[in-house]
Ligand binder design. Structure first.
Ligand SMILES: [Zn+2]
Length: 858
């Protein structure tokens, strides 16, 4: 039998569920290969859907139905592949109870959706549609109900959502008073230990906090706990939101498809986003832990108390919660550094998506597999859209709108229309045109030209959004452009002003100026657009030296580096003295935050340069890009060797380790210096640092540098020997060997590492540590032989039947395929077709590969 072609789900087809669920009671008898799940669901007709309706419950193929009953009367029903239907004629009028007993096999569940086992413990992942693999249920976010959960197991720790409401030997009961959709359900049972703390909310509720980990990991939870308490306090102070249960539990799990999950009162985390100590975690890991702990906690209001009506509205919870976690990190650390980091991520992931075959609106209108829409567009661009809204209505308007949102929609499953309406009602602003940010895909290109006469300076903007799959015509959007003007002597003559573009073409005048100013446009990256402006390297160097807006100061240096690099790569030009001198001035400027200086010194990545070349109408050559970037790094290492050495030496820290922003910034700058010095000292400093490092940031940084200098051998072995029992560090060991070193050998290294006994390929972290790192090595992955493409596709085909979700996500390594030369396009197309033809390919992967193959080569 062959599967029918999967049909897309359409936003336009939305209808409320014909029933409301008033209460859910679940009982689990856990057993690795035969878990019994008993459910009792109290339903009533939904007045929004008058008439008699069949009861349709979702339920995946892994469910074995033992019995089902309505109001105690046994039903004779046979589930199909996607669920079970009880005919309207078999249902009483009015309220009724549906009961079912099913059997499931968590030990055989490798997809990591629903109830599965990880390292001997039971855990769940239900977003987006995992609950239907646990029992029959209306598995959609607009069906919300209070849950009571009874768990029986010989595991010592039994957890679920809400508050504990009873326990004894071999059983525990949990009651969640807040109604929630099934995707927020969670259950954990395992041999775990808790690291405990307590938080008192501003109205005086005492909350018991616990982070549950395996024995031996307790000493790596302190930073996550501290981050949690700061998040709880921040949400009270900044958004007026308090926590609403007596307990808040976090569990660390090794096998997890995503970063973490905001299940009500029981967050489940990928262990890499909880466990950290100075010896095992880098500064980047600490920062990510802080931000993801905050993100999942913030969902308690933006996602859980107010959820999404349907999965098309995913950005309602994700865009807003990313925006909130970004604001939190800005407040905890350096706001300019955070903004630059976020824009780097946005450009690397979302702009790339928006320009390719996988482009879709922040609120998509159709999907085949919703798991494929947990994308940078929904998350990161969704957050940018909220940042723009805030810029347009001001801080006060934003706070009023958010207060109204929480008041009006608490307990609701809401939509983007509801969200925009609170802004309209709170501020009086018409957001009809602004809504296009949600409905239209693609990154607008904003071209700017300028004119100067008699003290009047005019900026003229043209906006245009290129076509994306399924959307050819793009009407103009509302684009807030923050602008400041500088005098030629570097003084600011017009402070930051927000201009609102609403037309395809629009001019803005600045009068009464004494001399022609230098403009600083799109300050703070005030809108997620590509700014096109003809300018020269002298002006970029001027802005790098003088701009008062830290984002644009960095941006000027970045643009200057890109200009120089693309000239070197495409036209064989020499490294620019002007750039090297400008970077030297930044390096020496001790009035600047070290973390900021480190960002200014970081050269644009190879992927970024490939996109810049493609934007300029050239076909990127990955080997030439790598060589050009290496040549510039060497020239900087030589040209600034005195300053780099002095800074490197001065930043050697003797203070006890702290993961705080100040120390982390010092280490970031020191490693940025090392990256250049390493090209001229043959790896001597890296060797000394590797031998002396007392923290993972420097240890991993030094190891990467040694591999770059082709002196990795002994250090690679020593690193493995030291950390062989710490999974998260061994993940780094795999990754470092693939993102560093000569790219010509990357595919061979990947093949060798895939044979290593530690390559536990069914673990998503480990799979990504190897395969994701290979794809991130631009020149290595795109080696002209096509060897890396073949190897990568072989592994995707192997992983797909085991874990379709992770496989589908990792196909995006190929999303830029039409950007390259005809030979590489042919090689990649062959691999995509080979994946598409794989026996029993999942719906997840099939959808992704199909969308990519539909792209027209440039
Ligand atoms: Zn989220």
């Amino acid at each position: 039998m062959k599967d029918a072609t999967p049909q897309p789900v359409l936003l336009a087809d939305y209808q409320p569920y014909p029933f409301v669920v008033n209460e859910v009671a679940l009982a689990f008898r856990l057993s690795p290969s035969a878990t019994r799940v008993l459910s009792r669901i109290l339903l009533a007709p939904n007045p929004e859907r008058p008439g008699r309706h069949d009861l349709r419950l979702d339920g995946g193929g892994g469910l074995k139905l033992i019995r089902a009953a309505v109001n105690g009367r046994m039903l004779d029903v046979t589930p199909d592949a996607e669920g079970v239907t009880v005919a309207a004629a078999d249902l009483p009028e009015g309220d009724f109870a549906f009961e079912a007993e099913v059997e499931i096999n968590p030990a055989a569940n490798t997809t990591l959706e629903g109830l599965y086992m990880s390292g001997g413990m039971y855990c769940t992942q239900c977003e987006a549609q995992g609950f239907r693999h646990i029992t029959f249920y209306p598995d959609r976010p607009d069906v919300m109900a209070p849950f009571r959960v009874h768990v029986e197991s010989d595991m010592p720790v039994l957890l679920s959502n809400g508050n504990p409401s009873g326990s004894g030997k071999g059983w525990a009961e949990w009651t969640d008073p807040w109604k929630k959709p099934a995707y927020l359900f969670a259950l954990v049972a395992g041999d775990l230990v808790a690291v405990r703390d307590r938080f008192t909310t501003k109205s005086g509720r005492a909350v018991d906090l616990a982070i549950w980990v395996r024995k031996g990991d307790e000493d790596r939870c302190a930073y996550a706990m501290d981050s949690l308490k700061r998040s709880m306090k921040w949400d009270e102070d900044v958004y007026g939101r308090e926590y609403d249960l007596d307990v808040f539990n976090i569990v660390a799990v090794d096998d997890f498809n995503m970063g973490a999950m905001e299940n009500k009162g029981l967050n489940i985390f990928n262990s890499k986003l909880v466990l950290a100590s100075p010896e095992t975690a880098t500064d980047g890991d600490f920062e990510r832990i802080e931000s993801v702990i905050a993100h999942e906690y913030f969902h308690n209001w933006t996602g859980n108390r107010i959820t999404c009506r349907d999965w098309f509205q995913l950005c309602l919870k994700e865009g807003l919660t990313v925006f909130r976690d970004q604001s939190f990190t800005s407040d905890m650390r350096s706001a300019p550094v955070k903004r630059i980091d976020d824009v780097l991520t946005l450009r690397a992931r979302q702009f790339r998506e928006d320009m390719g075959p996988l482009a879709h609106p922040v609120r998509p209108e159709s999907y085949i597999e919703i798991n494929n829409f947990y994308t940078a567009t929904v998350y990161e661009k969704g957050a940018e859209v909220i940042g723009m809204l805030k810029r347009l209505v001001g801080d006060e308007g934003y706070r009023k709108a958010l207060d109204l949102y929480f008041d009006r929609h608490d307990g609701d499953a809401a939509t983007i229309e509801d969200w925009l309406k609170v802004f309209e009602d709170a501020t009086g602003r018409d957001l009809a045109q602004f809504k296009r940010w949600y409905t239209d895909a693609g990154t607008p290109r904003v071209h700017v030209s300028e004119a100067w006469s008699d003290g009047t300076y005019t900026l003229t903007f043209h906006q245009k959004t290129p076509p994306t799959p399924g959307q050819d015509k793009k009407p103009p959007r509302v684009i807030p452009i923050a602008v400041g003007l500088l005098n030629p002597n570097g003084d600011e003559v017009v402070p930051t002003t927000v201009l609102e573009l609403t037309e395809p073409s629009q001019s803005f005048r600045f009068d009464g100026l004494a001399s022609r100013p230098v403009p600083s446009i799109l300050r703070g990256f005030s809108a997620p657009v590509v700014l096109e402006r003809a300018t020269d390297q002298a002006e970029r160097a001027f802005l790098l030296a003088h701009d008062t807006d830290p984002f644009n100061k960095w941006e000027a240096g970045r643009a200057l580096s890109k200009d120089v690099l693309t000239g070197m790569i495409a036209e064989g030009r020499e490294p620019s003295r002007r750039l090297i001198e400008a970077l030297g001035a930044v390096l020496r400027d001790e009035s600047l935050d070290p973390a900021f200086r480190a960002l200014c010194l970081r050269l644009p990545g190879e992927e970024d340069l490939a996109q810049a070349l493609a934007d300029a109408g050239r076909v990127p050559d990955p080997a030439a890009i790598h060589a050009g970037r290496e040549a510039l790094a060497r020239a900087i290492g030589t040209g600034l060797s005195g300053d780099l050495s002095a800074t490197y030496a001065a930043l050697e820290s003797r203070a006890p380790f702290s993961p705080d922003a100040a120390q982390a910034g010092g280490r970031a700058l020191r490693l940025a210096c090392l990256a250049f010095l390493n090209r001229v000292d043959g790896g001597d400093r890296a060797k000394a640092l590797f031998d002396s490092a007392n923290n993972m940031t420097e240890s991993a940084g030094a190891l990467g540098a040694l591999i770059d200098a082709e002196r990795g051998g002994a250090a690679v072995a020593a690193f493995h020997a030291r950390w062989k029992d710490v999974r998260l560090v061994i993940d780094k060991w795999f990754t470092l060997q693939l993102v560093h070193g000569n790219p010509a050998g990357a595919a061979a290294t990947a093949r060798r590492l895939a044979d290593h006994p530690d390559f536990d390929w069914k673990n998503p972290n480990r799979f990504r540590a190897l395969m994701g790192a290979l794809a991130a090595n631009h020149a290595g992955f795109h080696d002209a032989s096509g060897d890396a493409y073949r190897f990568y596709a072989d592994w995707l085909i192997r992983l797909d039947p085991v874990n379709p979700q992770t496989t589908a996500r990792m196909t995006t390594a190929f999303e830029t395929w039409t950007r390259y030369d005809a030979d590489r396009q042919a090689l990649i197309r062959d691999e995509l077709q080979r994946i598409a033809a794989a026996q029993g390919l999942s719906r997840n992967t099939g959808e992704m590969v199909g969308r990519m193959l539909a792209a027209k080569p440039a």
